[in-house]
Design a protein around this ligand. Structure first.
Ligand SMILES: Cc1cc2nc3c(=O)[nH]c(=O)nc-3n(C[C@H](O)[C@H](O)[C@H](O)COP(=O)(O)OP(=O)(O)OC[C@H]3O[C@@H](n4cnc5c(N)ncnc54)[C@H](O)[C@@H]3O)c2cc1C
Length: 338
């Protein structure tokens, strides 16, 4: 366990990426973190290790190597078939305590966030959640993890001095995976898993997979902010006219207007769309983190000073409830080529 002041940081070596898998498939966020991890591990002079938990996951190890890992640790066990908080926390904590990595990156998915928080407490180390930027501090060689803070008005850069591993979670879509290299080789090691049924306090009795739209890859998207007053009718009508998907800012999810998978931003989805139309969103940094990879952003806001205009290619100052009905009228009957 890490005790402030007693940490022997030089015992901790290696740059780890936890690769979440679901039903035998690696989630894209793990591949994205391997891409960024490759760059940072090289800068820090660390070996890049992918860690995968599950059952019958040998093929996933090879995939992680193709996407940039130097080596892979596989924890393969029947009790790790599906994600289970108790089982995954115990096994990850055991591996980390035995091998002492310097850095651990994880995806900020539902399960990744659950696991990361528990691990950080168990290992008495720091955890920077929902990071939007990662760098290496030239002087100390420590990881610098940036997160929007105080409602998004600042970008807080966080360094873990008293604790190892240095842990961060990153939302899907923030970084890009490397092109897979089919000739890339590396060591794949199976670790000993000490896990009994009695280590697991809760059991999953039933699992229902609800198909959810992946708005991150939508070519065109209309994103509604609080300025719409939660009136999704106009937003849906514009989306239908432009053959676009819809997304929302976080407050609209919080008040139940849209499901969580529609949320754009640092704690939601990052858009890689060709066209994003933002209606009535102020442009808080947590939100605009989700627009960084979009090609063209058009924003409509009645406040000409709204920060969203700093992030937009086309800025329309006006009232949604005046402009949108007129725009829809104009679009009516027009055929859009898709
Ligand atoms: C840890 C943390 C993580 C967060 N993660 C996210 C995230 O992932 N995504 C996210 O979106 N937020 C996130 N937030 C919240 C974020 O900081 C902002 O509070 C949020 O993005 C604001 O949403 P909004 O722009 O819809 O609302 P507001 O800030 O209230 O802005 C509404 C805008 O609508 C305009 N407007 C009002 N009426 C009209 C009208 N009739 N016509 C035109 N314009 C109008 C106003 O001028 C204003 O600019 C996070 C916050 C924290 C603390």
């Amino acid at each position: 366990m890490n005790v402030p002041g007693e940490l022997q940081a030089d015992l901790y070596k290696g740059f780890w990426v936890y690769m979440e898998q679901e039903e035998g498939r690696l989630l894209p966020v793990g591949l994205e973190l391997l891409g960024k991890g490759r760059e940072l591990a090289d800068e820090m002079g660390e070996v890049l290790t992918a860690v995968i938990l599950g059952q019958d996951i040998a093929a996933l190890g090879e995939e992680a190597l193709r996407y940039g890992a130097d080596e892979v640790l596989l924890a393969d066990h029947p009790l790790l078939t599906g994600f289970n908080t108790d089982a995954y926390t115990k096994v990850m904590a055991d591996i980390i305590e035995a091998r002492k990595p310097n850095v651990l990156l994880m995806g900020a998915t539902f399960n990744g966030r659950d696991l990361a928080g528990r691990l950080a407490v168990r290992l008495s180390t720091g955890l920077t959640a929902h990071v939007t930027r990662l760098e290496v501090d030239k002087e100390s060689s420590l990881l610098l993890s940036a997160v929007p803070g105080f409602g998004g008005s600042i970008l807080a850069v966080i360094k873990t001095e008293f604790g190892r591993p240095q842990m961060s979670t990153v939302s899907p879509g923030i970084f890009k995976p490397l092109e897979p290299d089919d000739v890339r080789r590396g060591k794949v090691e199976r670790v000993d898993v000490r896990l009994r049924q009695s280590d697991i306090r809760c059991r999953v009795l039933e699992r229902e997979v609800v198909p959810a739209e992946d708005i991150g890859s939508a070519e065109r998207i209309i994103v509604a902010g609080m300025g719409t007053g939660g009136d999704m009718k106009l937003v849906d009508d514009l989306a239908a006219a432009l053959h676009a998907s819809t997304g929302v800012t976080r407050p609209l999810v919080d008040i139940g207007v849209a499901p969580r998978e529609k949320q754009v931003g640092s704690t939601g989805v990052s858009l890689r769309s060709k066209l994003v139309v933002v209606l009535g969103a102020s442009g808080a940094s947590h939100f605009v983190a989700g627009l960084r990879d979009a090609d063209t952003v058009i924003a409509l806001n009645k406040d000409k000073e709204a920060p969203i205009f700093d992030e937009s290619d086309v800025c329309v100052v006006g009232d949604i409830f005046e402009i949108l009905p007129r725009l829809l009228e104009e679009l009516e009957g027009k055929v859009m080529v898709v």
